[in-house]
Design a protein around this ligand. Structure first.
Ligand code: ADP
Ligand code: G6P
Length: 480
């Protein structure tokens, strides 16, 4: 039976060593949480990195890791500490990530890191080819593996290859500054179908293809050598039922409430509101901006002092990369300053958690909040915004969402803001806190309907349908 091979840098599970024994936790991030549902239902395998440097493992532990990973229908690609430093922290997260998110000033281009990026993409190709059988489909994910589609195509030209980018594709003016722009585009063109979250990212990509590679593009098809490559947008959804049902379960009176939930509820009443934000600790997420805007709000709407609390969960991420360390320091400092400025004996304006919380705690946070404040400076999609909406089983709650998140394109009923305007931010927060229940329910209802219809399963099905279509195109069954 033919299978689908999912390939991404990070596997849906992460291995670490705690006091000489192996600990396995779910991976954080939209790619892992979204694809997990697709993977668990399919008959395929998932190839990626386990999250631990290979040289930290004794042969015995390495074997144990492999077995644990195999049990989850996964295969690991070993990365050494040097690979992690140069390919992952280096080229992927100091060059590609900031550039694709328009943080030009953070971008560093280093030749040795580019060499490592090529080397590790080749290692991934090797593991894919070892597991690939005739008739299998390969689905490659994200910016860490932009060269992989062509590396596979070179060896197995008949394999059907899909690629999905989980982050924005930047405008041509940004992308053209990239020293290895041609190699990157050619690597991606090994795919038969390229998917992006939004039409804008797709358009930016096609514009780079035309202007950098000078290829012919007709509507959303690229002619490259003797092949036709399809490009389309597929806004990623969430596992809607999982979040909705988990929220229902947590609200059952028979369920014993967690300590976190009890603490949150102590702050819930008619005149006390909880505002929630959840992100990986990443500079694209606009965390310092959000804290400063919250300060502006408290300064300008002082009647809300003691009546609102910002619950801010920042999940540690890429903490060896200097820009992330700087962001952590800045966040700690800002939270400290603002709490110091406004706190009273009975009120702390910001509750700040810098850690990864289990799924059940995430659900408790979602269901206990009156407002979700999702205000990235730039974000490919943002699934947290969608998860918040899915957990509003009573139909109330308000989502404030940045226009710079891909999700804003499909979530018009949210209150959309420009995260750089504190004035807009504060006025919108005030509007959210005073929004009548009826209006909240109408907005949530529309959002839920759309998220339920276009969930992650539908997203994957649509992608596969389009990918199948490219197969027929190649076999000449469809005339253009
Ligand atoms: P990004 O992909 O940039 O991290 P998203 O908002 O698209 O941003 O995705 C974040 C994902 O990580 C969400 O699906 C969210 O539920 C998940 N997540 C956040 N915190 C945790 C956690 N502590 N453990 C597991 N998953 C988490
Ligand atoms: C984003 C990226 C993913 C990545 C995730 C977590 O969602 O698009 O590719 O896996 O962040 O980041 P990390 O560097 O920990 O894998």
């Amino acid at each position: 039976m033919n299978k689908t091979i999912i390939v991404s840098n990070r596997l849906p599970l992460q291995v670490s060593i705690q006091e000489n024994s192996l600990e396995i936790v779910p991976s954080v991030g939209g790619l892992a949480t979204g694809m997990k549902s697709v993977h668990s239902e399919g008959n395929g395998i998932w190839i990626g990195w386990s999250g631990i440097p290979e040289n930290d493992l004794s042969p015995d532990l390495s074997k144990k890791v492999q077995t644990k990973i195999r049990n989850e229908k996964c295969v690991s690609v070993p990365l050494t500490s040097q690979d992690i430093e140069e390919y992952y922290e280096g080229f992927s997260n100091r060059a590609l990530w900031p550039l694709f998110h328009y943080f030009m000033e953070y971008t560093e281009f280093e030749q040795n890191e580019w060499d490592a990026y090529k080397r590790v993409n080749e290692n991934f190709a090797k593991v894919v080819l070892e597991n690939l059988e005739d008739g299998d489909t390969v689905w490659v994910h994200d910016y860490q593996l932009l060269l992989l589609p062509q590396l596979i195509k070179d060896q197995k030209p008949n394999t059907t290859i899909g690629f999905f980018l989980h982050i924005p594709f930047p405008s041509y003016e940004i992308f053209r500054t990239f020293p290895w722009r041609e190699e990157i585009l050619k690597g991606m063109l090994g795919s038969d179908l390229l998917g992006f979250h939004t039409y804008d990212y797709e358009r930016h990509f096609l514009s780079s293809i035309k202007r950098i590679l000078r290829l012919e593009v007709q509507f959303n098809e690229i002619n490259y050598h003797d092949r036709t490559i399809k490009v389309d947008s597929f806004p990623m959804g969430i596992d809607y039922d999982k979040f909705y049902n988990a929220a229902l379960e947590h609200q059952k009176s028979s369920i014993e409430k967690s300590d976190l939930r009890k603490r949150l509820e102590e702050h819930m009443s008619e005149d006390k509101k909880l505002i929630l934000s959840i992100d990986r600790m990443d500079y694209t997420k606009g965390i310092p901006n959000r804290i400063k805007a919250f300060e502006y709000f408290l300064d300008n709407y002082p009647e809300y002092k003691e009546h609102v609390r910002l619950v801010m969960l920042a999940v540690p991420s890429r903490s060896n990369v200097p820009q992330y360390q700087k962001l952590k320091r800045e966040t700690d400092e800002l939270v400290g300053r603002i709490n110091g400025k406004f706190a009273t004996v009975s009120w702390t304006p910001i509750w700040y958690f810098y850690r990864s919380l289990p799924f059940d705690d995430l659900i408790d946070l979602y269901i206990s909040s009156d407002v979700a404040l999702i205000t990235p400076i730039r974000d490919g999609m943002n699934l947290v915004a969608k998860e918040y909406v899915a957990t509003r089983t009573n139909g109330d709650g308000v989502l404030i969402l940045s226009e710079m998140a891909g999700a804003s394109k499909e979530m018009n009923e949210a209150l959309l803001i420009n995260p750089n305007s504190y004035k807009d931010f504060a006025a919108t927060l005030k509007r959210a806190l005073t929004m009548p229940q009826d209006e909240q329910k109408t907005r949530i209802k529309f959002l839920q309907k759309r998220l339920k219809r276009y969930d992650v399963e539908k997203w994957a099905t649509e992608f596969f349908k389009a990918l199948e279509g490219t197969k027929k195109l190649r076999q000449g069954k469809v005339t253009k």
